[in-house]
Design a protein around this ligand. Structure first.
Ligand code: 5GP
Length: 178
């Protein structure tokens, strides 16, 4: 399928400003706490790299990978762990960092899985949250941007592994959708 970039939904300046705000909020909330930031591979890597540098309290980070969209733009509905955490999280303060919450399926699965390991606390920081009608999502304490229901790429988000290195978030246009 041939693709090209459409409208820029979130630009570099907006990302930078919002990350500074989120970093300040997280630093305040986790003052005096030993925070483990858990990044969801691969999409959250770019966001996590900028976010952790805006957090002023000492943190550690770890990564987890689950199956999600594959190379298509539709969710498969099946979530499984491809790479588990290296760290034990029992009795630790965990901040799960996601690139995108769409249906919430991946997040629900991850929260259930991580909760069963008995962390001291577990919160979510999502870069993008898609607004879908009639949708009830799990509680997301820190959300970067709410976006309309389009397939987007950039700033970590891909289409067939491409576009992850764009410094902004753009709608992906496909010839089939036009
Ligand atoms: P959910 O389980 O919430 O439906 O989907 C979550 C995962 O699907 C995200 O972590 C992301 O990898 C992928 N995803 C959902 N919407 C988009 C999108 O608009 N663009 C891209 N590139 N990935 C998406």
């Amino acid at each position: 399928m041939k693709t090209n970039l459409g409208e820029v939904l979130v630009n570099e300046n907006q990302i930078k400003e919002r990350i500074d705000e989120l970093g300040a909020e997280i630093s305040k909330d986790y003052e005096d706490k030993n925070l483990l930031v858990v990044g969801l591979l691969r999409g959250a890597v770019v966001f996590l790299a900028d976010l952790v540098r805006s957090i002023s309290t000492p943190i550690e980070f770890d990564f987890i990978a689950v199956s999600s969209y594959g190379t298509a733009t539709k969710t498969s509905g099946v979530v499984r762990i491809l790479k588990d955490l290296d760290e034990e999280i029992e009795n630790r303060h965990i901040l799960l960092v996601e690139d995108m919450v769409d249906t919430g399926l991946t997040l629900n699965y991850l929260l259930k899985n991580l909760r069963s390991r008995r962390p001291e606390s577990l919160e979510v920081c999502a870069f993008l949250v898609k607004q879908r009608e009639g949708q009830t999502l799990p509680f997301i304490k820190y959300a970067g941007f709410m976006i309309p229901d389009h397939y987007v790429v950039g700033y970590g988000l891909d289409y067939s592994e491409k576009y992850r290195n764009l410094p902004y978030v753009s709608v992906l246009k496909s010839e089939q959708n036009e």
